[in-house]
Design a protein around this ligand. Structure first.
Ligand SMILES: C[S@@+](CC[C@H](N)C(=O)[O-])C[C@H]1O[C@@H](n2cnc3c(N)ncnc32)[C@H](O)[C@@H]1O
Length: 244
């Protein structure tokens, strides 16, 4: 993957890589222990009211729909809009069976501010998206603006470990399991090398919480997961202030 912006690949390169990896994506994530369960944990950390009827939720970077399914498990009655820049990932998502309250839109997050998605939204879910963005700060401000005042964002993300043990675990999992598995199962190997690098070079947890505050969110809260992901995978929740 070519890198132009301070070591980060540009959006078109990232999207092309997800397009190339789309058909094998679910087979690989299904082998990751905790992948779906942890998405559900993060969706539940949005603290949505039971059933979610009447709520409008945005799943940005919805990919093949794993995070969309997690949102629905937290709020089955909500209207959910899934947005993604990769036509290949969306094709996989659309091929699944969804209730009538779910819609998918092909759009990069960088263009959401000018799009009419029927917001404002009560909550935004961004799972494994932000670290892939060339410049996350502008899109985070856009996501805040798409929330109703008081609305909540949950960013579900791998971030750079704060301890040597977490950083070593990340490198061992990627180079010892994920990348060889991608090679064996027809995945897009450069995408999984990008996964390793994008986490190792991204914010650590306190830095990412600060980034949310700089983007105008309030009440930022950080929680990690159990399993091999402890100290690496997190849910960051925050709110759009009630009055701005
Ligand atoms: C690692 S996948 C995660 C998919 C899904 N959220 C999940 O939990 O399985 C990241 C997704 O973000 C999308 N993405 C990356 N950059 C994007 C951008 N600038 N705008 C919208 N989607 C983007 C990719 O196409 C990909 O589908």
């Amino acid at each position: 993957m070519s890198r132009k912006h301070g070591g980060r690949p540009d959006g078109a390169t990232v999207t092309a890589s997800f397009d190339a990896g789309a058909s094998a994506y679910d087979a690989l994530t299904d082998r990751n222990p905790g992948y779906h369960e942890h998405l559900r944990v993060s969706a539940s950390r949005l603290g949505l009211p039971a059933d979610g009827s009447g709520l409008r939720l945005l799943d940005v970077g919805c990919g093949t729909g794993a995070s969309t399914a997690a949102l629905l498990s937290a709020a089955p009655g909500a209207t959910v809009v899934g947005v993604d820049a990769s036509a290949g990932m969306l094709e996989q998502a659309r091929a699944k069976r969804w209730p009538g309250n779910v819609a998918f839109v092909h759009l990069p997050v960088e263009e959401l501010g000018a799009a009419d998605l029927g917001g404002p939204f009560d909550a935004v879910f961004a799972a494994y998206l932000v670290r892939n963005l060339t410049d996350p700060d502008g899109p985070l401000r856009t996501l805040r603006s798409l929330l109703r005042p008081g609305g909540t964002i949950a960013v579900h993300e791998y971030v750079a470990g704060l301890t040597l043990s977490a950083r070593l675990r990340w490198t061992l999992v990627c180079w010892g399991i994920v990348i060889p598995l991608a090679a064996a199962k027809g995945g897009n190997v450069p995408l999984y090398r990008h996964l390793w690098r994008s986490v190792a070079t991204f914010d650590n947890a306190p830095a990412f919480a600060d980034r949310l505050v700089r983007a105008g969110f309030t009440d930022a809260r950080t929680e990690t997961m159990s399993g091999w992901q402890r100290g690496i995978e997190h849910t960051f929740t925050a709110r759009r202030p009630d009055a701005e």
